[in-house]
Design a protein around this ligand. Structure first.
Ligand SMILES: [Zn+2]
Length: 263
């Protein structure tokens, strides 16, 4: 039985901690301390580290975790080109990682937020890093909007029941944007109220699910009439299809803050 726990890190990152018996695997350790504390507390042995992309808030803890592993060095999996001075097991599209006999993760190349971005999917779990957030998606740092659109759509085609463990706690801010686009979407309102109570109790709003993201995430709802119309109003012209809607939403969201509800 594999358990997944959120370790809050830095400002709003999550390091995902998978445990199977006394063996542990972490995803995107942006800093070492939360992982070390959790390992010690549960007497776990860190067997592997999975990295989704090269940003420091996802990789900053790797070196110290390797240095402090005392003989039982965890295997680090990550994209080609990442941390060239470290002995990474470099993976990409079509690779699979068997973490335990009962859990194999497929490696999916999902460029857009960064060009090297990977997601890990298997056993009903998805670790999308900064490609897909609850009710949102990553910013474009390196890729083109069309690339990120394809990556987000690809994750959206995974089974609805898939539990999704993104790299950041951005749900409430994302839902404020989503609610502005679709004021009549009751599922967004319901989820916002659940997410607000979770945050008030210092609980993560995550994991989410692919099905829930189809219900609330504007970046997976670019075919919905209300989302399309809101994007066209914002763009001041006709938008030809879901990828064009996605591109406008992504730019709009970059400049969106809680006080600037979309109209
Ligand atoms: Zn990032």
């Amino acid at each position: 039985m594999i358990e997944v726990t959120a370790l809050p890190a830095l400002r709003d990152n999550y390091i995902w901690f998978m445990a199977n018996g006394r063996e542990a695997v972490v995803v995107d350790p942006g800093e070492p301390e939360p992982v070390r504390r959790h390992l010690e507390h549960g007497h776990y042995h860190l067997k592997a580290i999975l990295l989704t992309h090269h940003h420091g808030d996802h990789t900053g803890g790797v070196e110290e975790l390797l240095a402090s592993s005392a003989g039982r060095t965890p295997t680090v999996y990550g994209p080609h080109g990442l941390l060239p001075h470290l002995p990474l097991r470099r993976v990409g599209e079509d690779d699979a990682i068997r973490l335990w006999p009962e859990l194999e993760l497929a490696v999916l190349a999902v460029p857009g937020h960064t060009l090297d971005h990977l997601a890990y999917w298997g056993g009903g779990l998805l670790f999308p890093g900064d490609t897909l957030f609850s009710a949102g998606c990553g910013r474009l740092f390196e890729g083109k909007a069309g690339q990120l659109f394809d990556s987000v759509e690809r994750l959206g085609r995974l089974p609805g029941a898939t539990r999704v463990y993104p790299g950041h706690e951005y749900t409430l801010a994302n839902l404020a944007f989503a609610a502005g686009l679709e004021p009549d979407n009751a599922l967004i309102a319901q989820y916002a109220s659940l997410a607000t109570s979770a945050r008030m109790n210092q609980q993560p709003t995550l994991p989410t699910s692919i099905q829930r993201e189809h219900d609330v995430n504007p970046f997976l709802r670019t075919r919905e009439a209300a989302v399309h119309a809101a994007a066209e109003r914002h763009a001041g012209g006709v938008l030809d299809g879901p990828s064009a809607v996605f591109t406008i939403l992504r730019k709009w969201k970059d400049n969106f803050t809680m006080n600037q509800l979309p109209a």
